[in-house]
Every structure is written in C-alpha cells, then in structure tokens.
Design a protein around this ligand. Structure first.
Ligand code: MG
Length: 225
C-alpha cells in the first residue's frame, strides 16, 4: 500500500493493525465530505456544468457557453485542480461527525478514512478533515480499495469490518477481499440516487448517517460486539 504520510499518521494507521476492535473503513468524498455539490459549484466557476443525468463524471461535464462535452482529460484536470484547492469548497455531509463519534463510542470501534486520491493530496485533505473535527487516521491511495482493506486486516482476519462508500465498484473490490464485511452504500447527493446502477450483491443501501449507524449496530450485535 502506498503510504506517503506523516510519521504521526503512520503511527495511527499502525495502531489500527495492532487492534482487534471492530473496524469501520469510511470513504471521504460523498460520505463524510460533500463532493458532487461542491464540484458542481467549482465547475460553474470554471464556466462548465455537470449534468447529473447519469452516474458518471466523464461525458457529463459541459462547457456552458458552447454546450460541448468536455474531453476526459479536461474532466480529470478539473478534478485535479478541485482537489488542489478543495478545502475552499467541501463541507461535511449532514450528521457524519456525530454519527462517527457515536459509532466509535457505542462499539469501541476503530475508524479509518480510505480515500481514492493520489497520496500527494494527503496533507491538504488531512488538514481539511481536522478543521471539521474528523481526527481519525486517513489513508489516501490509488490502489484498489479491497487491497487497501485487506492490507489493514492482514494481522487480524477475524475482526468485524464495515465498509462505507458511494461507488459500487469499490464495494465489489472490498467484498472480494473481505467477503464477510458489512458493505454500506451511502451517498450525500440525493439527486443522483435515481441514476445509480443496481447495487452489487451483498451491499446494503442506506439513505443517511442515522440509517448507517443503525445498520452498523445490527451487524455488530450479530457479531457479538
Ligand atoms: Mg466517494
């Protein structure tokens, strides 16, 4: 796993792998921080718009003046620039901070953020999370999420794992690596919900953080945690 992180972050991640507490692996964009809404606002500032007519970014970004679809490369440049200054745009999703605190306290759980982004953005994103009170360790990697989670639990294969993410392919990746994980689909931006593909087998869709909190409590009760 590529871990281009500070010694302090490395220490916090190492503590997770040495623990047998239930593990909650939590995505960031669209899960604890809004992504779609602020990315739309960012695109607007760049003379573009995201049309949320299907569940994808590439092909759905348009120049507002010409109506032309932006090329894939242009969309990835927008994303890169957005993340380079995302702290000006992204806000926490409703209920995320309270829910994580409650889950941690109720189940004596370890929480780790797992975000699919180049590790070079780690420091800036770490500072943004801290500024909103999210102090849990964070792994920023472009590896498959299943590989990242498997790496985390290699020492403790029996531990109860919950994975929370808005992208179905990430759930498939994690369920392949950790088939007995609780896989929760959570997505802050509601207007995209009708365009979601069917959830992969084994994934539970939850509407918001209170619903996620209840699903985790049920799952851990069954595991005797
Ligand atoms: Mg996400």
């Amino acid at each position: 796993m590529a871990l281009n992180v500070t010694p302090e972050e490395r220490r916090r991640i190492a503590a997770l792998t040495a623990s047998d507490r239930p593990l909650i692996v939590c995505d960031i964009d669209e899960v604890v921080l809004e992504f779609v809404a602020p990315f739309m606002a960012y695109l607007d500032s760049q003379g573009h718009e995201l049309r949320t007519t299907s569940f994808r970014l590439a092909g759905n970004v348009f120049d507002k003046k010409t109506g032309q679809a932006a090329e894939k490369k242009a969309v990835s440049d927008f994303l890169e620039n957005f993340f380079a200054e995302h702290d000006a745009w992204q806000k926490p999703t409703p209920g995320a901070l309270d829910a994580l605190g409650a889950i941690e306290a109720a189940h004596d759980a370890d929480i780790v953020f797992l975000t699919a982004m180049p590790p070079r953005h780690h420091a800036r994103r770490r500072a943004l999370l801290d500024s909103h009170g999210f102090s849990h360790p964070m792994i920023a990697t472009e590896d498959a999420k299943g590989d990242a989670v498997a790496g985390l639990i290699r020492e403790r294969p029996a531990r109860a794992v919950t994975f929370i993410d808005d992208l179905p392919p990430n759930h498939i990746s994690v369920l392949q690596a950790v088939p007995d994980a609780l896989s929760l689909h959570l997505m802050a931006y509601q207007p995209l919900r009708p365009h979601l593909p069917p959830m992969p087998q084994g994934v539970t869709s939850v509407e918001d953080w209170p619903a996620a909190t209840r699903a985790i409590a049920e799952f851990l009760a069954k595991r005797g945690r």
